[in-house]
Design a protein around this ligand. Structure first.
Ligand code: AN7
Length: 359
């Protein structure tokens, strides 16, 4: 029997809404590494197990692939010839790729000038029809909902219930690897679809007896785009973490239920904290995530230090997207990087080495 990994729908088909005749639209998504951090717990001097689920290693570089394989598989099964989404970048990249794979059209609405360069390159390269709107994600989302009533397109934002079905499989993978659910699961929150999907995954794992515990779910937002902290929608969201520059979360009620049921909480981080965490993770563990993703780890570290997450805890932080998606923000943060320009001579190279070995 072949053991070739062919994507998360095939692996978890007994727990997903497909049957034997369904044509699966897959790029081998899922099965991402759960990396145990070594240097971070040591640096903060706390006895905690912190794992990062590196979703940036999905085919288009973010967790969106988990939901998109499912949403596009069902759209094709139902006869749809086109999909549409509003996006801060990653959903558009995933929609474009899976539409290409399926041989259908992807329409994507993105906020002009506010998506990371790698994500724009992806949407262009995969051949989506791109509509840059003079407006933000929330305005784009409203337009998508409206136009879907007038045009033959399937919405593949996370209001499409198949998206969350696909995304719940990240929790299945974590339970399989740890043999249990973690004590705390921390995620960045924008539309709050992913935190909702993970809770679905954990509760299903629990119901089927794969895990005998449930995690507390903790959601971290960027301070300039933190409706869950304000207790109301935010009308002009702003943050360097453009992926989560969202003021009107589409899974608002669902995420509040997750918080209550799991006995978790929401919190917020400043842009400075987000960027500092992104850089620290790259430089101390060799893991490069995008800014939004770093909110999960930055928040977890702060809550561990404060004792809100007690010592002895097992913590999983989802790193939702790959750092390569946003090279501009990365380079802008590293202006003091150890980079020198020298002549192409042995002596200059040797001098540079010796100078940088000092101390
Ligand atoms: C890297 O692509 O909403 O709370 O349009 O790209 O489930 O919305 C992206 C969201 C976290 C937030 N991290 O997840 C989009 C979009 C990254 C993201 C989130 C997003 P949700």
């Amino acid at each position: 029997m072949s053991t070739r990994y062919t994507g998360l729908i095939n692996k978890y088909r007994d727990h997903l809404p497909v049957n034997d005749d369904t044509r699966l639209i897959s790029l081998g998504e899922g099965n991402t590494p759960l990396i145990r951090l070594n240097n971070v717990p040591r640096a903060i001097g706390k006895d905690v197990d912190i794992y990062v689920k590196y979703e940036g290693l999905n085919p288009t570089g973010s967790f969106k692939d988990r939901g998109m394989t499912m949403a596009v598989t069902k759209a094709v099964e139902e006869g749809s010839k086109a999909i549409i989404c509003a996006s801060t970048g990653n959903t558009s990249a995933a929609a474009a790729a899976y539409a290409a794979r399926a041989g259908i059209t992807a329409f994507v609405l993105i906020p002009e000038g506010k998506i990371a360069m790698g994500k724009l390159a992806q949407a262009m390269m995969y051949g989506a029809v791109i509509m840059q709107i003079r407006g933000n994600f929330d305005e784009g989302m409203n337009l998508v909902k409206e136009v879907a009533e007038h045009a033959p397109v399937t919405i593949v934002n996370s209001i499409n219930p198949y998206r969350l079905q696909g995304q719940k499989t990240a929790a299945f993978e974590i339970v399989e690897e740890l043999g249990t659910a973690p004590d705390y699961h921390c995620l960045p929150v924008g539309n709050a679809g992913n935190i909702t999907a993970h809770w679905m995954g954990y509760t299903e794992s629990h119901k089927h007896g794969f895990a005998n515990n449930l995690p507390k779910m903790v959601g971290y937002q960027a301070a300039g785009a933190a409706p869950f902290m304000r207790g109301q929608m935010v009308h002009n969201p702003e943050t360097v973490a453009t992926a989560i520059r969202i003021g009107v979360p589409q899974s608002w009620d669902k995420a509040w239920n997750v918080q209550k049921e799991s006995e978790g909480w929401f919190d917020e981080l400043t842009d400075e904290e987000i960027l500092a965490t992104q850089k620290m993770l790259a430089q101390t563990e060799g893991v490069f995530c995008e800014p939004a993703s770093a909110a999960s780890l930055g928040g977890a570290i702060r809550d561990v230090k404060a004792g809100k997450i007690p010592e002895g805890s097992k913590i999983v932080c989802t790193l939702t997207g790959n750092g390569l998606k946003d090279p501009d923000t990365a380079i802008a943060q590293c202006q003091n990087a150890e980079m020198v320009t020298i002549d192409a001579t042995l002596s200059d190279v040797k001098d540079a080495i010796l100078k940088n070995m000092e101390g």
